[in-house]
Design a protein. Structure first.
Length: 635
């Protein structure tokens, strides 16, 4: 068990949340995503530019050197010339700015006097312009979690990026419907000291954002970035954690990774290895594999490729060492090689024999590079130029391993581990946006926003428990779900039990998501319609999950259509009575044996047949009446 305070863990959070506004940040396009095929596409090749001081951001240079071509997909309904970078941006969305000011006041942050839009260089293809527009709205503030005061560094308003939809070879495809959707960024100071604390603070900030009632719901609308460091380690930026519950695991695995890398550093030092010992002495070992059984190598050689290797002094047994679950130092070397060399992966002697490569071939490679007992070798099968670039990246990563933990930007994986993304950006990536004038934040505007502040999450929970009679646990789930305002609207318009409405919007929806149902496709209007049908006795509440499942799979359909298609329309009392009478006649042997006690097993049979089409209390009432009529006659 890691003592996180002893290892000096420090974590800062960046919460990015899409805002629910009428239009995008710099144009009048609706902030919506489209499904189906695009109406048109266009192609770009982005390149980095120098800052005002003549510097080029290393992260931007890294993305450029990948040599990718970007294909953008769009529809006229969700995008315009602003997203295509064919027209200057319009004025900053004042509605989005007010929402940011609202969050700032709820956190005790100080709004800036003037909002200045900046350009942040981003040339991975996620923005057609080669930069992201962002602006600081407020500074300072804090959020208190479990008695600890967590400082807020700043609150920003920025445009969301295009969404990546595919990649084939050197071509990447993005859809620009998401590009320009307003996004709030809340950044904490790096004062969080345990994975558990990171999860709690992220939850508290998320609750506060949802309390505004002005943020979007669902996967993809909120993303969490982390800045993680430990004593003697490095500052690692981790991008794109989409699930709140994954945050503690991401931090836990990153600490494990850094501690493991420090152990590898110490072992390399004990073996007397210095960075300059690792040289770019690449050896062509193609002849070793001329009769290889490895499919990867045979395929490469058939296409005219080669196999090249490099010696890593002192690395024997370390490249294959696990540094966190399912990941090894060799994994990190492979990721660098794949990025810089555009190869499918690497082979290293710690993992051989395997993959069709024999012990004899492994020993031949070690001999060819001049390896001794404690040395390892890495080799790559690809066109010669790609081999050289890939092995250069491996050598660089090996030199970093001698020094410890390299500072870099990493991307979150679905299992909580991370992968290499790019070098950490520098100060050269930010410069002023000259197409958008500054916006003065007047005291009058601040007071107007202050007058509209919503109740805080804990206040909302107390009110919901008191007003609707649901328990506190369910009330917190409701607040966390982002469905609170919808819940109250449905509860005020229908006679459906508030506890059932709340449980459906939280527990049932969570269960449907786990089953792969796209709950986010359900609009508030369609959700409200379903509960209205329950209220009118058109359908039973037991049918609600099936109806929502069908509606998510058939966007654009109505709740009435779902009920008809699924055959879930409620039966009349007469229809239920007919089915009950038939069942009782069919099971008279059971009735004779159990008498009035037969109501329980018969109730189960009727419910299995009519579930979702009749209310349980009505079925029970009819069944009791029928048994009372039948039992005396048979007696």
């Amino acid at each position: 068990m890691v003592d996180y305070r002893r290892v000096g863990l420090k974590v800062g959070l960046e919460i990015h949340q899409e805002l629910d506004t009428r239009h995008k940040l710099f144009c009048k396009c609706p902030p919506e995503l489209f499904k189906g095929e695009p109406e048109f596409t266009f192609v770009r090749r982005l390149r980095p530019t120098q800052s005002e001081l003549g510097e080029v951001d290393p992260a931007a240079l890294f993305e450029f050197e990948k040599g990718k071509t970007i294909v953008y997909e769009a529809t006229e309904e969700t995008s315009c010339l602003v997203e295509m970078d064919e027209e200057p941006p319009g004025p900053l969305n004042e509605e989005a700015l007010d929402i940011c000011l609202m969050v700032a006041l709820m956190l005790g942050s100080r709004p800036v006097d003037e909002v200045h839009v900046m350009r942040k260089v981003v040339i991975d293809g996620s923005n057609t312009t080669g930069f992201q527009r962002t602006c600081v709205v407020a500074l300072g503030g804090e959020i208190v979690v479990n008695g600890k005061r967590v400082p807020i560094q700043h609150i920003c308003l920025e445009e969301d990026a295009a969404r990546k939809v595919g990649e084939e070879g050197m071509t990447v495809r993005y859809r620009i419907d998401r590009l320009g959707i307003p996004l709030i960024e809340v950044t904490t100071a790096p004062v969080l000291e345990t994975p558990h604390e990171v999860g709690k603070v992220a939850l508290a900030i998320g609750r506060l954002l949802r309390a505004t009632g002005r943020v979007k719901r669902g996967i993809g609308t909120i993303r969490q970035d982390l800045n993680v460091s430990i004593r003697d380690g490095a500052l690692i930026e981790i991008k794109g954690v989409q699930k709140l519950e994954l945050l503690p695991k991401v931090v836990e695995y990153e600490v494990t990774r850094q501690l493991s890398l420090l152990e590898i550093r110490d072992e390399l030092r004990r073996r007397g290895i210095k960075p300059e010992d690792i040289r770019e002495d690449f050896v062509d070992v193609t002849d070793v594999f001329k009769d290889s059984k490895s499919r990867v190598i045979r395929k490469t050689l058939k296409r005219g490729g080669v196999v090249m290797a490099v010696k890593l002094p002192g690395f024997s047994g370390l490249i294959g060492r696990e540094i966190c679950p399912s990941r090894r130092l060799g994994t990190e070397m492979a990721e660098r090689a794949m990025f810089w060399g555009r190869v499918g992966g690497i082979f290293h002697t710690d993992e051989l024999p395997a993959y069709g490569i024999t012990e004899r071939e492994k020993e031949a490679v070690l001999k060819a590079v001049g390896a001794s007992e404690l040395d390892a070798a890495v080799f790559v099968a690809a066109p010669r130029e790609n081999c050289v670039d890939a092995l250069k990246a491996v050598v660089e990563r090996a030199r970093e391993a001698v020094l410890g933990v390299p500072s870099e930007t990493r991307a979150a994986n679905p299992d909580g581990t991370t992968r290499y993304m790019r070098p950490r950006p520098g100060a050269a990536r930010m410069y002023p946006e000259t197409d958008i004038p500054p916006i003065v934040i007047t005291p009058e505007r601040v007071e107007r926003v202050r007058s509209m502040l919503p109740e805080m999450p804990d206040q909302a929970v107390r009110r919901v428990v008191s007003k609707y009679g649901i328990n506190e646990v369910l009330a917190w789930k409701l607040v966390d779900s982002g469905y609170l305002s919808l819940f109250e609207r449905i509860a005020s318009k229908t006679a459906v039990a508030p506890s059932f409405i709340a449980a459906t919007l939280t527990e049932t929806f969570v269960s449907l998501r786990r089953d792969g149902v796209d709950v986010e496709a359900l609009t508030d209007a369609i959700i409200e319609d379903v509960f209205t049908l329950v209220d009118r006795d058109v359908m039973a509440k037991e049918a609600v999950p099936d109806v929502f499942r069908w509606l998510a799979e058939h966007p654009g359909s109505t709740a009435e259509e779902a009920v008809e298609e699924l055959g879930l329309r409620m039966l009349s009392r007469e229809e239920v009575a007919d089915r009950v009478r038939t069942l009782v006649r069919e099971r008279m042997d059971l009735v004779r044996r159990l008498g009035s006690r037969a109501v329980k097993p018969l109730m189960g049979e009727v419910m299995r047949e009519l579930r979702g089409r009749a209310k349980a209390n009505m079925i029970y009432e009819i069944l009791r009446e029928e048994l009372e009529n039948v039992i005396p006659k048979e007696g």
